[in-house]
Design a binder for this molecule. Sequence first.
Ligand code: BV8
Length: 250
Amino acid sequence: MSIVIPQELIERLAAARRVAVLTGAGISAESGIPTFRDALTGLWANYDPQELATPEGFARNPKLVWEWYAERRARIAGVAPNPGHIALAALEKRFERFTLVTQNIDSLHQRAGSREVVELHGNIARVKCSVEQTVASPIPQDDSPPRCHCGAYLRPDVVWFGEMLPADALARAEEAAEHCEVFLSIGTSAQVYPAAELPLRALSAGATVVEINPERTALTRHTQFSLQGPAGAILPQLLARLEATCRTGP
Ligand code: BV8
């Protein structure tokens, strides 16, 4: 699939020293991970994700929530980064500063070779005590959910709805958004806050904001460039065009 990427965008990228990126579930879709809202096909079709991904949902039914994450963790273990993740890891090497902020909890950016990854919503590979907040490793397999030595349930080390984001991760993400020349919003419906605020912060700070998504979102009307197609096709093309432009010079 060939998407038209305006040369003006390539030139702004070629001139940029600092780039910030926000990714959402859409960038992992081509790896076979359902996006957050359509993650509820089959077994999970009857549950509201915002019910399961909450402290209240876990308190109400710890076994159900634990098993939802265990199923997602097993699915993630069986997939690989796709060309979109890989292109982002290659793009990172081309800029003085390249901060990849992700809402995803699947480690696929790190597995693709990205070095500076800011995980806003935690990581499904880690579990922690629901009381002490200490990470438990390895993940005990004995019960569902297993308990900490203190007796409390272990839980996924992810940020649920209604929970604060890790302060250091959010601060790094906001700083990158406010000090970049180009901000790429990739594979996110831009509905969950405070992550969805990041491209708007970049816009207010004078950055060029680019969206890569097959569909329009709440962010689209704010962007200078909207590339409507799959990240796994667009990002490799963006990388190739940037390399060609840098080879031939302005
Ligand atoms: C917070 C981890 C302060 C867990 C996630 C009322 C009460 C309490 C809070 C709120 C409230 N009202 C609003 C809020 C704030 C709330 C929020 O934003 N709610 C929304 C629903 C309105 N946020 C919070 O609660 C945050 N904390 O605000 O703390 C606070 C505290 C108390 C009270 C008030 C405030 C915490 C939010 C983090 C929640 N945890 N994940 C887990 O994963 O299980 S959120 C989870 O859903 C993801 O991490 C992600 O952030 C979000 C899903 O969004 P996307 O990633 O964008 O995925 P989605 O499926 O929506 O879209 C995919 C996109 O990809 C689509 O656009 C599609 O077109 C595109 N796509 C598909 N294929 C491709 C593609 N794109 C490119 N290529 C393709 N091939």
